[in-house]
Design a protein around this ligand. Structure first.
Ligand code: AMP
Length: 190
């Protein structure tokens, strides 16, 4: 299984990716997590990314593509993965496709978590209120920018993957368990 988990900010990609990873023994690659760790550790990557992330802007394509290529090139050929938060632009998707095909691989599933905007805002505000889960980019202005970027840069990827017959839409507004069940079913039936 070589999966892209697709969805708006707050759709539950991280939570569901963790469940899939546990169940199917896949590598979980969250570009957002890699970037947050780099910021915590004060590395050059972190310094480069921090301003973009705090504003809710996308980090430049070359930076995130570099992260993904590095992680995937270390994987054994047969090892599956879940990408969470990548790709977010058409350029990233095209580069991913090119990179995988160079290794004679391709994506097997693109699963889109569909959640209405009101529910997304509620979830992100709830996350911001929980100190344990708080993220420096969960401020109101940044959240707004992230939604705008999602609509303009990332949403067009649905068509990209529909054309490749990879996209499946999952009702992401259900409970965590039910969303997981639907994801499993989509993975095991196609
Ligand atoms: P996430 O944890 O996926 O919500 O990502 C948090 C932030 O990291 C995003 O708002 C972006 O600033 C940055 N980021 C993560 N993944 C990407 C990506 N694929 N392309 C550009 N920026 C990204």
């Amino acid at each position: 299984m070589r999966i892209v988990l697709f969805g708006a900010p707050g759709a539950g990609k991280g939570t569901q990716a963790e469940r899939l990873v546990r169940e199917f023994g896949l590598l979980h690659l969250s570009t957002g997590e890699v970037l947050r760790r780099a910021i915590r550790e004060g590395t050059r990557l972190g310094k480069e990314a921090q301003g973009f992330m705090d504003r809710g802007d996308l980090v430049p394509d070359e930076v995130v593509i570099g992260i993904v290529k590095e992680a995937l090139s270390k994987l054994d050929v047969g090892h599956g993965f879940v990408l969470d938060g990548f790709p977010r632009t058409t350029f990233q998707a095209t580069e991913l496709e090119r990179f995988l095909s160079e290794m004679n691989r391709n994506l097997t599933h693109v699963l889109s978590l569909e959640v209405g905007e009101d529910e997304l805002v509620t979830r992100i505000m709830a996350r911001a209120a929980h100190a344990k889960e708080a993220r420096s980019d969960d401020s109101e202005v940044s959240i707004r920018t992230r939604f705008k970027k999602f609509a303009s840069e990332t949403l067009p990827l649905k068509k990209f993957y529909q054309e490749r017959h990879l996209l499946r839409e999952i009702d992401g507004a259900q409970s965590v368990d039910l969303v997981h069940e639907d994801l499993r079913a989509a993975l095991l039936t196609s």
